[in-house]
Design a protein around this ligand. Structure first.
Ligand code: NAD
Length: 260
């Protein structure tokens, strides 16, 4: 029997085939889960519907996480068409491009609110909207990055938003623990996606990992998806309130010595 047989998962943040959410959805499906996909707007709807067809005709719902009406409508549509959830994948982030380069002290009040609303508060908003839609024992996971706790030049405001997201993961894990619901973060190494390309000098970040990380390679969304499968499964039934690095071990390095 497949490890996720009989489980239903909602995967948010699917925009195109390069999205980390797409890799995760594929892996969840491959391991037996029924998957529903949430996307942000009309612009990506056609592409997401095509991806859904590859996942056994996964239901597709529109959901703008910065809009409570949209969140409630997505929840109602899922309740009616999909059923109770055993897993939720939060794979959503946004910041204005000018806040992903330059000096953090130039960040505007509006830019800060926008980034924290979409990238951090959205996990609280999603969990609140779906609180009665989760089965006990469900698994919630959110995507984060090393820049939450370490200085990564140019990651700037998104690092601040990820720090809030990681803290949110811990507090939600405490809130939901009495229902056996687990909440974790996956800290992914750099992967070339539409969002990642907004970060100043992103290609240099991609170049550095194979040179210095213990595994000497960049990660793929399949690598992230494999860990998402584990976290969604009953094998992770006592794993909660933590950040799990899937970055070829890069985060553990204290000093970089390259051969050139
Ligand atoms: N790519 C990387 O290197 C990397 C590394 C670590 C963590 N992450 C995180 O992974 C997650 C997915 O990013 P990605 O790299 O796959 O890029 P992506 O651009 O494919 O995904 C970002 C998603 O956020 C969605 N989104 C933005 N605003 C939204 C809103 N208001 N409502 C609903 N959805 C909204 C977009 O539609 C898109 O689907 C993000 O949280 C990102 O910070 C990415």
């Amino acid at each position: 029997m497949k490890i996720l047989q009989g489980k239903r998962a909602l995967v948010t943040g699917v925009a195109n085939r390069w999205s980390i959410a797409t890799g995760i959805a594929r892996k969840l499906h491959e391991h037996g889960a029924s998957v529903a996909l949430a996307y942000q707007g009309e612009r990506v709807k056609g592409e997401v519907e095509k991806l859904a067809a590859d996942l056994g005709g996964a239901p597709v719902v529109e959901c703008d996480v910065s809009n409570d009406t949209s969140l409630a409508a997505a929840r109602d549509a899922l309740d009616a068409r999909f059923g109770k959830l055993d897993a939720l994948v939060h794979s959503i982030a946004y910041a204005n491009k000018e806040d992903l380069a330059g000096k953090v002290f130039d960040t505007s009040r509006g830019g800060f609110s926008l980034a924290l609303d979409v990238s951090s508060y959205s996990l609280i908003a999603l969990v609140n909207a779906l609180r009665h839609s989760f089965n006990d024992g469900a698994s919630i996971m959110a995507m984060t990055y090393l820049g939450a706790t370490q200085i990564v030049p140019n990651y700037n405001l998104m690092g601040i938003a990820k720090a809030a997201l990681e803290s949110t993961v811990r507090y939600l894990a405490f809130d939901l623990g009495d229902r056996g619901i687990r909440v974790n973060a996956i800290s992914a190494g750099p992967i070339k996606t539409a969002s990642a390309r907004q970060v100043g000098g992103f290609s240099r970040i991609l170049d550095v990992v194979p040179k210095v990380a213990p595994l000497h390679r960049n990660v793929t969304s399949d690598d992230i998806g494999n860990v998402a499968v584990f976290l969604a499964s009953d094998l992770a039934s006592a794993v909660t309130a933590d950040v799990h690095f899937v970055d070829s071990g890069y985060h553990a390095m204290g000093l970089f010595v390259t051969s050139d």
